[in-house]
Design a protein around this ligand. Structure first.
Ligand SMILES: [Fe+2]
Ligand SMILES: [Fe+2]
Length: 273
């Protein structure tokens, strides 16, 4: 099973750029084409939040149009730039989303790996939260299928990254979530967004990670007190490949035009790698 993880799409209304300089819609269009061109084809796409930039209906309509080009099912969770109400107005007919209730969390049972999407949104805040109610839902959902390999996906990572301006808008409830993760060894991965970079950590008996953005990246600046900045480093996405033989293996793909591919044998040495 091949899982593509897109993150932090930050879609804007048609013709509008994020921060006045990032053509996020065009960049998502390119990422979608890149994903469709992958062989073997991905089975599913997850998008780990900040689907749109300002939470407007117009942005969600644009997002729906852009994602409609994907040739496989796509499952969406929300980030701090999203708005539950606007999201529901445009995507409320999606079968995997809960029919009732405030939180947009769900489990997808149709694939060899179980996919559990979490809602960490605190309306109007940049940080996220897993409250008791959301954690109780997660515990019940995990308890229902203890033996199936499972991926959790969510926007705010439950771990600290050492990028301080992002850590201060982290996840409330991470400690309680960690205790819960320790009790459920079927969790292969905790896939997150928010950081606009690829970061991995061993966390509470599982592996937790963040994904690059399909648009702008957060600058790798580990100095305490450093101001938050972004840069147009190559955009990308994660590819998580699962089989019984290999377990879950995660790759990073970059979107763009790069020289190559070239055969290793072209220099006459026959060297590979
Ligand atoms: Fe973001
Ligand atoms: Fe975010």
């Amino acid at each position: 099973m091949i899982i593509v993880q897109l993150s932090d799409l930050h879609v804007r209304p048609p013709g509008v750029e994020a921060y006045g300089r990032v053509p996020t819609n065009d960049m998502l269009r390119e990422a979608v084409q890149h994903v469709n061109a992958m062989r073997p084809r991905a089975d599913v796409v997850l998008a780990t939040g900040d689907l749109v930039h300002a939470g407007d209906l117009e942005e969600y309509a644009m997002l729906r149009e852009l994602l409609a080009e994907l040739e496989m099912p796509v499952y969406l969770v929300l980030g701090n730039h999203d708005d539950r109400g606007s999201f529901r107005k445009v995507f409320g007919d999606s079968e995997y989303l809960p029919a009732t209730g405030e939180f947009q969390h769900f489990a997808v049972e149709d694939h060899p790996v179980r996919l559990i999407g979490l809602d960490t949104v605190i309306p109007g805040k940049a940080g996220g939260r897993l409250c008791e109610q959301r954690l109780a839902w997660l515990e019940d959902t995990l308890d229902a299928e203890p033996d199936r390999p499972t991926v959790l996906f969510m926007h705010h990572p439950p771990f600290r990254t050492n990028i301080e301006h992002m850590d201060v808008i982290g996840l409330e409830g991470a400690e309680a979530m960690g205790r819960l993760v320790e009790r459920h060894p079927q969790i292969e991965r905790i896939l997150c967004g928010h950081l606009h970079r690829s970061i991995q950590v061993r966390w509470r008996g599982s592996l937790a990670s963040t994904a690059p953005s399909t648009a702008h990246q957060v600058v790798l600046d580990l100095r305490p007190g450093a101001e938050g900045t972004f840069a147009l480093e190559p955009p990308g996405y994660q590819v998580h490949v699962w089989s019984r033989d290999t377990g879950m293996v995660s790759h990073t793909a970059h979107v763009g035009r790069f020289d190559g591919p070239h055969l290793f044998s072209d220099d006459g040495t026959g060297g590979v790698g």
